[in-house]
Design a protein around this ligand. Sequence first.
Ligand code: MN
Length: 441
Amino acid sequence: MRRIIATGKTDVGRVRDINEDALLVRDGVFAVADGMGGHLAGEVASATALQPIKELEGKVFADASTAAEALREAVIAANARVSDMARTEPSYRGMGTTLTAALVEGRRLHVAHVGDSRAYLLRDGQFSQLTDDHTLVQHLIDEGQITREEAANHPQRSIITRAIGVSPEIDVDSMSLDLEPGDQLLLCSDGLTGVVKDEDIAQQLAAGEDPEATVASLVDRANEGGGPDNITVLLLRYEDARPADEGGDHTAEGDGHTPRTISIVTRDDHADGDWAGRLGTYGSFTKAGPTAPSGEDEPRRAGRVLWRATAIVLGLAVIAGLVWGGGRFLLSQSYFVGLDGDQVVVYEGIDAEVGPISLSRVVERSELTVDDVQQWYRDNLEAGVTALSLADARRIIAGAPLRNTDAADGSDTDDAAPEGTGEGEALEDTGTATATGGPTP
Ligand code: MN
């Protein structure tokens, strides 16, 4: 007979006044949420997001895929609740939260995830990050690209992040895998991972202390590292509890679990993922299991990996600057209205490119083309007009100043500033090998 031992702890850390993280440890359902927003809104967001997950407790599912879907739906419901509150209550405006949730049914583990809290798995000495971080911070800079009007209207489009509650629509990553005896699953907020290195986390898990001590040590380490953020750690151990003869002890002493060499599975061991996922440092399991590279010639792929590495470094530098410098991790799903060729379209992501990597994708196309709008507005479109949401982007398009018929003169349509990645492909959640990014220079 197998059992799950779950232990969780959340701590305010050493810098913040309040703890906006929340965690859920229930029978078979577990979650970590890291809320953000002014005043108490972050707390509200994270607590609210956990509710639909909690409601899964005790549910019985027909099969694994039903269970996985139920978990995904719960995350979608969490998004609906938080975004409703954010929309209707002024003091909650702009709040959001990460949500990394797990459902265990028998030996089947399902994980659903949005944001930058993480799930890790330690199995047989291999430590891997199951989730992709949905963080990308914008470097909003443009030498040439931003016009005066643009700068005046849209001083900052800061960050892109997939988060619960920021928009009525949400993309949820989900994955499932079969647990094996001895597996340790860690869910945690960035208050841990921003401070404690993966290697150290892995070592701590591998040391095999009892779960409470392990969790406490991890929290302590984050605090020793300055505790700049709220810290939440949730540890699940899947154990093979021997039948009667070995006695059903309550502690997680384990079956002669000896420390061993830990290897970290890095993301580069895997095939390409999406650009947001690139920011995650370590490899992930996907729905389909470890991804295999698709048939693509090696040198080209290697080149892209290098570029991506650069992007990761830049991205992390920006995140670090914001988190440590600016203090607050500004959360927003970013949309902007721009051009794709001649066409006026809505992009999701950031209007910037790093090397050949486009950080945005087209999510909606309009009927308008550059020729339909006034000349001055084209500059704005070329630079990208930031929108608060998809709905806002639609309003921007609806309100675009159209060209009067007298305003003569043609169209130079060649260099549209934000180069999209084409529809739909780039931001899929798992590590399917897609070539994001425009043409490589
Ligand atoms: Mn945090």
